[in-house]
Design a protein around this ligand. Sequence first.
Ligand SMILES: Cc1cc2nc3c(=O)[nH]c(=O)nc-3n(C[C@H](O)[C@H](O)[C@H](O)COP(=O)(O)OP(=O)(O)OC[C@H]3O[C@@H](n4cnc5c(N)ncnc54)[C@H](O)[C@@H]3O)c2cc1C
Length: 344
Amino acid sequence: MDYIIVGLGLAGLAFVEELIKANKSFIVFEDDSQTSSLVAGGVYNPVILKRFSPVWNAKNQLAIALPFYEHLEKKFSQTFDQKFVIKKAFKSIEDQNNWFSAFDKPTVAPFLDAKLDKKTYNGVIGEHYFGNVKEGGRIDTHKLVEAYRKYLKNNHWIRFEKFNHNDILFEGNLVTYHNLKASKIVFCEGFGVKQNPYFNHLPLEEVKGEILTIYAPKLEIKFLLKSTLFVLPLGNHRYKVGATFNHKDKTSIPSIEGKDELVEKLKKVITVPYKIIDQSAGIRPAVKDRRPLVGVHHKYKQLNVLNGLGTRGVMIAPTVAKNLFQHIEFGTELDPEIDINRFD
Ligand SMILES: Cc1cc2nc3c(=O)[nH]c(=O)nc-3n(C[C@H](O)[C@H](O)[C@H](O)COP(=O)(O)OP(=O)(O)OC[C@H]3O[C@@H](n4cnc5c(N)ncnc54)[C@H](O)[C@@H]3O)c2cc1C
């Protein structure tokens, strides 16, 4: 066969889509050891609202990502993409001024609405008003990954078991893994790459994130509210609230500390009563220079890695998967900013 894929989160499914389009044969391994793509908020937002700076390559990434998710919606006859306005609640006058300064940045300005929103929204703290970001939205990554795994299962293209790196044998240009012979392996393991002896030298860092789902009967907002944390509308007065950033904890287990942090921050965002109905956690595969980790092993050319999607897997995955596929198949140059060569 052509490919073995290890891991079916956003990275894995974006790469598999390339394989299907090109009529390649493949098998996926998935062992449920990581949860990032299952628990993600799924938000795509072209602007970093802490600094009002552009997200790296946002325009190009969105141009590839949005049709990608639209195609999957058609493929599965399901809705994954929910478009909404992102409303930044200003913390101070200074925060407001920084927003207006951002109009000087040509990569940010097209996404910002010049008119401040001075409305009041029941239960939302907004004494310094709101700024609207356009072209944002959310992919329901949990629904998407589940649908994708089911589709692979129905086609016998996935094995729900751990891929054991020690069992790889190299035979000329091929690899053998148990009863399989393949030309290439692509590792899309998220934080699981730390267990991968071929790529665990890469500087991937754990950034655990936790998210709450709340039921707030008196809160009725249809936009994504961005303040010290985000409040994301799910419908029926349910909202996702997140997320934490923890650089020490390497587990995907929801914690009391995570919950307390979110509850504390939420006090500065909404004033209405709510009930916590769920809490989830995962590890973001983050990199210090905030660029993905993509490329070919320096010695074993059959082995490839697609990782380091950090906090923005939704926007980045389709672009980098395409770049890696074209690099492997046609020798197209990898974007030097994502190429693992920068660390080898
Ligand atoms: C709380 C939280 C909120 C987030 N919010 C957003 C957001 O709003 N927007 C956004 O764009 N991003 C968000 N992210 C980041 C996003 O989740 C990641 O960028 C993305 O999901 C990473 O995808 P991945 O496929 O690289 O990794 P993963 O989703 O971790 O997938 C890797 C897969 O590989 C499997 N695997 C690993 N090792 C093996 C092995 N040896 N054998 C078999 N299978 C294996 C794992 O089980 C896993 O399913 C958030 C993350 C968290 C934790």
